[in-house]
Design a protein around this ligand. Structure first.
Ligand code: AMP
Ligand code: MG
Length: 317
């Protein structure tokens, strides 16, 4: 077992940021807090370290990585032919949980994008991530710091639990504020398209930039669009109401199943914030079946429903 105390460094300390910079420049990977989930980070200009991310996560190389930048001002180095409405969106939502897919510049290496001509970019809204990004004169690529297809990490300890022997250190930035991955908006087509739901909703994006957004056409270009993802080891069943959850729980208990109910009674912010920690906790405590009450299908609720639906798809195969 790795030593949590040594490996987890307080991300608010400049000495921890110094150490992280040193490790990154040695092509090592680090755990990085963001407001969405914790990332497994490498420098964007280091193909060797980026390849390690795919190995460590067992992530297919055709699932491109999100590039994290310190500010909008760095965008022109990494993206070109940026539509004018993107400027409005970035102005309003960055730093924040919005990832924008744009045409890439030659600065972006093939390892990041799986050789696509497009790149996904965001500026995270987390003081530790921004402190690090402001030190490196580079970008950071950082997919979620978990094995591909499994539950994302929302604390430094989750990262050590999953990938402790693969990261040089984890910067501790506390529990992630939002708790689910960013909204991804593809801006490389004639009309923008949502590839993944997150805390920033389609309505907010449309009204901020006066645009009309399509939902995904189903072409699987984002791992968030796979049918199975975010999955705990135990079975996950979805119900629409608290009463349904209670009924199903009684049935399962009578079959000697150890169960856990996820129900946040309409509080979407707390639901998103605790979702992954609760899925992880259920696995740790030997739960057989998690019963999750689905939230309403608007705003953040849409993102939570998406994660739960994909997490439960893994249980049924
Ligand atoms: P994560 O797996 O949480 O790191 O999320 C990254 C998501 O962004 C994945 O689902 C990727 O497939 C998606 N993504 C990254 N780059 C691109 C791109 N160039 N075009 C479309 N989706 C992308
Ligand atoms: Mg992920």
């Amino acid at each position: 077992m790795p030593d949590h105390d040594i490996q987890i460094q307080d991300g608010r300390l400049s000495a921890s940021i110094d150490l992280a910079v040193r490790y990154l420049r040695d092509d090592l990977l680090i755990g990085l807090p963001t407001e969405t989930v914790y990332g497994l980070a490498a420098l964007a200009s280091r193909p060797k370290a980026i390849s390690k991310i795919f190995q460590v996560k067992a992530r297919p190389t055709n699932h491109p990585l999100i590039l994290h930048l310190a500010s909008y001002r760095q965008l022109e180095k990494w993206a070109q032919n940026v539509p004018s409405y993107v400027e409005v969106l970035c102005e309003k939502f960055w730093p924040g949980a919005l990832t924008i897919v744009l045409q890439r510049t030659p600065q972006v290496c093939d390892e990041i994008t799986g050789a696509r001509k497009t790149v996904a970019i965001r500026v995270p809204n987390h003081q530790v991530a921004l402190a690090l990004l402001n030190r490196i004169d580079d970008g950071l690529v950082a997919p979620s710091a978990n094995r591909f297809g499994k539950v994302s990490p929302t604390s430094a300890k989750h990262v050590v639990d999953d990938l402790g022997d693969q990261v040089a250190l984890v910067l501790d930035g506390g529990v992630c504020d939002i708790g689910v991955e960013s909204t991804i908006l593809d801006c490389t087509r004639s009309s923008p398209q949502i590839l993944r739901h997150g805390a920033i909703s389609k309505d907010e994006l449309e009204s901020a930039a006066n645009i009309s957004i399509n939902l995904s056409d189903g072409e699987s270009r984002a791992s968030g669009m796979l049918e199975k993802h975010y999955a705990p080891n135990c079975r996950l069943e979805l119900v629409e109401t608290t009463a349904d959850a209670k009924r199903r729980a009684a049935e399962l208990v009578s079959e000697d199943q150890k169960i856990e109910i996820l129900d946040f009674f309409g509080d979407l912010i707390v639901y998103a914030n605790q979702l992954y920690a609760r899925l992880r906790q259920a696995d740790k405590s030997g739960v057989d079946v998690i019963i999750a009450v689905m939230p309403i299908n608007t705003g953040l609720g849409e993102a939570i429903r998406d994660r739960l639906t994909k997490a439960s798809a893994a249980s049924s195969s």
